[in-house]
Write a protein of this length. Sequence first.
Length: 66
Amino acid sequence: MATKRKTHRGAAKRFHKTATGKFKRGHAMKRHILTKKNASRLRGLKKATLVSKADTKNIRSMLPYA
């Protein structure tokens, strides 16, 4: 019998699986030093985006039950 795998808790808080099996993530650069960033840039950073194909394999291994 195979052992149960542990979920990487840091990854579980940062990534969420979509219905099609891809992973959503938030944008970086939204926490501080916001005064020099223009409004349209900040609006874009609000929206979630998908994890790149190159990183999806690593995310999937960190979230085995997602």
